[in-house]
Design a protein around this ligand. Sequence first.
Ligand SMILES: Cc1ncc(COP(=O)(O)O)c(C=O)c1O
Length: 421
Amino acid sequence: MRAASWFQPHPPYAARGEGCWVVDIDGRRLLDCANNFFSLIHGHAFGPVLDAVREAMTKGTAFGMPTESEILLAEALAARSPRMEQTRFCNSGTEAVLAAVKGARALTGRHRIAKFEGCYHGAYDWVEVSLDPAPANWDDENGNPASVRCNAGTPDSVLRETVVLPYDDPQRCADILRREGRSLAAVIVDPHASRAGTVPMTKETATVVQAACRRDGIMLIADEVISFRLSFEGASPLFGLEPDLVTTAKIIGGGLPIGAVSGPADRMSVFDHSTGKPKVSMGGTFSANPLSMAAGLASLAHYCQSAVDRMNGLGDRLRQEVRNGFAKAGVAATVTGMGSLFRLHLGPDEVTGYRSAFANAEKAKLTRRIHLAMLNESILLTPNCSGALSTPMTGAEVLSIADKLVHVVERELSARQGVAG
Ligand SMILES: Cc1ncc(COP(=O)(O)O)c(C=O)c1O
């Protein structure tokens, strides 16, 4: 089982999905806000995706030849954003990030990268640095975010080659980039990072990053694996970012495995093998397989501007309802997020990034209780109590999520106070 799917005492096992509902093997219907970790923008078993995959499948599932479907999906991405002029596909967000980092190294002739503290970019060693540091090892001797090992066995060299930036301190971020900039191949940024609190990066920080990349010839990689859904064009334009390379996955695959690296032609030329050995070779037995391409194309075709606007409006409504409910009940908690993404945070403090979102042992335990209590109310969130809306949802589902979240949090917090008192 995937680590992210597991929780105590045991997760329910899925039997089937229907729109925004998932039915477990005990026949219980759950309103699905996890959506396979935010990859199903149209919920489960979306008709147009099923039709497209069925049609593609009857022609064969994989070929050692290119298919027209990969051109169509690349064109669909290019039509959404000029920063995605060209695209190469792979099978996951991890692979996309890995290829983008390699591409940036080849384009610059440098090998170090910078990433933001607490941000998740998949399972590539360099981008896993400082994914989940604890307060005891947050800072280095100069008060800057330390490069902290996430997995046992990660070599020291990887830590030295990864500069860690603060998500919500533009001045410190600027200082670090001024010092380290000329040794960096890439800065990788997710401007609405889930693990950094599911809060939008400030425009100041985004501006600092963009300016440093231009000044020092660093490749800016926008990791939009989740945040692509925030607008029709993806997340970068919302933050004034003009990335050299964009990584996407999840919703662009319509529920099938996918990853993609996109960028302007001059950047993407680093992967070009048409005239001999490329600077960076991108392969993969199932990369650009026709089923993922067909599913992605159908999914994106139905995530048009009006669908994006509707989803973002529903997300705004959800967050407002929850905040109003917490305020009315005098509950010390908040909900963060943007567009169709949201996350619960316990406590009275404002959440601005990884450190203010960090849950100590007590908060983490309470968050787990709330996650289970929501499950008992037939709402599936991710184990850290974040969620994503899907297009089959309407105002009724959104109000139900908000209402249940407010009541569950109020009940669990007062139960804890009762125990403490
Ligand atoms: C921002 C970001 N980048 C990369 C990844 C890795 O994607 P995948 O799980 O498809 O490898 C994720 C996964 O959640 C992600 O959220």
